[in-house]
Design a protein around this ligand. Structure first.
Ligand SMILES: Cc1cc2nc3c(=O)[nH]c(=O)nc-3n(C[C@H](O)[C@H](O)[C@H](O)COP(=O)(O)OP(=O)(O)OC[C@H]3O[C@@H](n4cnc5c(N)ncnc54)[C@H](O)[C@@H]3O)c2cc1C
Length: 255
């Protein structure tokens, strides 16, 4: 079952940053330009002993970058992440040439606010949205008419990965608000920010920012419980039609 060149890039890791013992990012070079839309995912794989293991991963980079970036969480008993975790710059992995997914920004139908809710690695597609819009704004292709409101939940402060970059973007981009929130603050007395899970603070910020079903699309990404809770809250606020809420559920909890 060798990966054929017409379907797979034999990509190389060019850079790796470890944020925590079980959270890291890497950037890869695929050798060709990889065309995708911000918010889509790539299928990554590792082949060992003639066996290939593949999983989907949201792309954190913007299509304008010459490398493709991912944010991973190690699942210690998982089939693929322990293999990805071993990879260092220079090592090879497989990436399917076809990007996938519809978790893209909806800009066509009149709602100009975009409420982005994520847990830990679920921030990746939103990083891609923001990097892309930031470049478009600076280069005059985006007028700032669409506004992004990002809630990013984690248990502990070191799990955010992209907090510094997103904080800088929020300081310079008039169309971005960014709230990282920590759900286990008792271990981190020095955490200066918001407290609670992303879905716990959703109502408060939706009210504060004036986000309702007439003017807002919601995008939920990451932990299945956050997505279920946020969907229930948003439905009670009138987010009822199919495109009002988009979701990217990263895993199905084991029964
Ligand atoms: C569209 C899409 C995009 C995704 N993007 C990302 C991403 O950007 N970064 C990322 O790290 N993951 C992402 N995932 C999850 C990823 O595809 C894998 O499921 C995950 O990395 C685990 O793979 P594994 O082979 O190591 O574990 P598996 O062998 O697939 O899973 C073992 C067990 O762990 C559970 N599990 C899987 N992931 C987690 C988790 N994070 N926490 C707790 N339990 C888990 C599974 O339900 C299963 O019971 C995405 C999933 C989807 C569907």
């Amino acid at each position: 079952m060798t990966a054929s060149d017409d379907k797979f890039y034999h990509a190389r890791v060019t850079r790796r940053v470890d944020f925590a013992p079980d959270l890291w990012m890497f950037r890869i070079q695929s050798g060709e330009h990889f065309n995708f839309l911000p918010g889509q995912y790539a299928t990554l794989g590792v082949e060992e002993g003639g066996k290939r293991v593949e999983r989907p991963y949201s792309i954190a980079s913007s299509p304008a970058e010459d490398e493709v970036e991912f944010f991973f969480e190690l699942v210690p008993e998982g089939a693929l992440t322990p293999k990805l975790y071993k990879l260092q710059p220079g090592d090879e992995l497989l990436m399917r040439k076809a990007p996938k997914g519809r978790f893209t920004l909806e800009t066509a139908n009149g709602r100009t606010n975009h409420l982005l809710v994520s847990t830990v690695t679920g921030v990746a597609p939103f990083v891609s949205f923001i990097r892309t819009l930031s470049k478009d704004w600076k280069e005059g292709r985006f007028d700032g008419a669409h506004k992004l409101f990002l809630l990013n939940g984690a248990s502990r402060p070191w799990e955010f990965g992209y907090k510094d970059e997103l904080t800088r973007f929020a300081e310079e981009l008039p169309f971005l608000k960014y709230i990282p929130t920590v759900s286990r603050p008792w271990d981190h007395a020095d955490w200066p920010g918001e407290i609670g899970r992303a879905d716990d603070i959703l109502r408060k910020y939706a009210d504060q920012w004036g986000l309702d079903a007439t003017n807002t699309h919601a995008y939920l990404c990451g932990h299945p419980d956050m997505i279920a809770n946020s969907k229930a809250i948003l439905k009670r606020r009138g987010f009822l039609d199919k495109i009002a809420i988009k979701e990217e559920i990263y895993w199905i909890p084991a029964k």
